[in-house]
Design a protein around this ligand. Structure first.
Ligand SMILES: Cc1ncc(COP(=O)(O)O)c(C=O)c1O
Length: 370
């Protein structure tokens, strides 16, 4: 009998599972000739702001551009230091660098997100801000971060690329600081068919600045106000995102169901440290963009699961930001080092069935019983 096959992610199904609807959306946007900065983008920006509770959203080319734009709009200057977690994507750091600042990666805390004490320890006279990453669909300890920011007079912005719909104390990721970015990369919980992103912002003046900077310095009235770039969200992508946003909560619910099944089947294994389960009472509402755990004998487990036709992923090639010494980083961050020796992601998406999850859990359990 052949083994079941559970790929880590099935990109073609993003299209094939709702193909007719997508074709009709593309046809209607294209037939109307509304390709750039037309109704579909405006509609999506309003829908996204309403969904998250942000005052404004601006569709951009991708989340990395979004971060660069809001950092420049806030006005960071050459040499300004912005504190980030070392457990994040390179984009968090590179956006700061490209905007003229200096990214300062710090160690993770017990939740594997940015460590609160680590932030305070990294503050220097050059520190201007903190940009926590709401990683894997989970929001950081925002009370702790906002308290430090207030104490030292720093701004807070969020890399919420992975966290649309995640909440902390009932407040949406991306709405805690001056601005944030959301990514619509295809594999994101809300993904489209290419690169796309958005900036969320509450302050009206900052919104206009961000808007100008994403469209050649032109404001909503079309008048040039400053230097800018072109990083606009395409109308076709925006229309697809609006369509998917309508059923987004059911997607989150399914991911939370899968996370609970992993917890129920794997929670007893001492060799694993699982992410917090949805059933745990806490300040967090996670959307499980990823299901990232720490595993003893991680590489052997990965190879074993691969032999059982189960796809897994070690995020970013298993390299933390501070370990990118070729980019000039030299921090010593033991918690993050330990985490990256053990981290692995199990399949987490709406394509996997309950029997797929059962099979994955059975094989993980079998590996540790060997
Ligand atoms: C944490 C984080 N930040 C930023 C980004 C960059 O997003 P984009 O690819 O839309 O620029 C990603 C994308 O994977 C991410 O995971």
């Amino acid at each position: 009998m052949s083994l079941p096959n559970v790929p880590f992610f099935e990109y073609p199904r993003l299209w094939s599972d709702d193909r007719e609807e997508f074709l009709s959306i593309i046809d209607s946007v294209s037939s109307a000739g509304g390709f750039i900065l037309q109704k579909a983008v405006l509609d999506f920006e309003v829908a996204l702001a309403n969904y998250t509770g942000a005052n404004y959203s601006v569709g951009v080319g991708n989340a990395t551009d979004g971060m660069e734009i809001f950092l420049e709009a806030i006005g960071i200057k050459q040499g300004d230091e912005v504190i980030i977690s070392s457990h994040t994507m390179l984009a968090t750091a590179s956006a700061i660098k490209v905007a003229g600042g200096v990214p300062i990666p710090v160690d993770i805390g017990n939740d594997n997100l940015i460590g609160i004490q680590a932030i305070e320890d990294a503050i220097t006279p050059n520190t201007v801000g903190i940009m926590p990453t709401q990683l894997n669909g989970r929001v950081c300890d925002m009370d702790g971060i906002l308290a430090i920011a207030k104490k030292y007079g720093l701004f807070v912005v969020e890399d919420a690329a992975q966290a649309l719909g995640a909440k902390y104390k009932d407040q949406h990721a991306g709405t805690f600081g001056l601005a944030s970015d959301i990514s619509f990369f295809p594999a994101k919980v809300l993904g489209c068919f290419g690169d796309a992103g958005a900036v969320l912002v509450n302050d009206k003046a900052l919104y206009h600045k961000v808007y100008q900077m994403h469209d050649h310095g032109r404001d909503v009235d079309g008048k040039v106000k400053c230097w800018g770039r072109n990083s606009r969200l395409d109308n076709v992508q925006a229309a697809i995102l609006s369509h998917k946003l309508k059923t987004y909560d059911s997607v989150i619910a399914r991911r939370r169901e899968v996370a609970q099944m992993y917890q129920d089947h794997l929670g007893h294994l001492e060799e694993l440290q699982l992410p917090a389960a949805p059933s745990v009472e806490s300040d967090n509402f996670d959307v499980y963009q990823n299901y990232e755990l720490q595993a003893d004998s991680r590489d052997e487990l990965k190879a074993y699961l691969s032999g059982k036709n189960i796809g897994t992923l070690v995020q970013w090639g298993g390299v933390a930001i501070h370990q990118l010494t070729q980019l000039g980083f030299n921090q010593v961050l033991p918690n993050t080092d330990r985490f990256f020796q053990q981290c692995i992601m199990l399949p987490m998406n709406v394509f996997i069935s309950n029997s797929d999850v059962d099979y994955i859990c059975e094989m993980v359990t079998q590996f540790y019983k060997k």
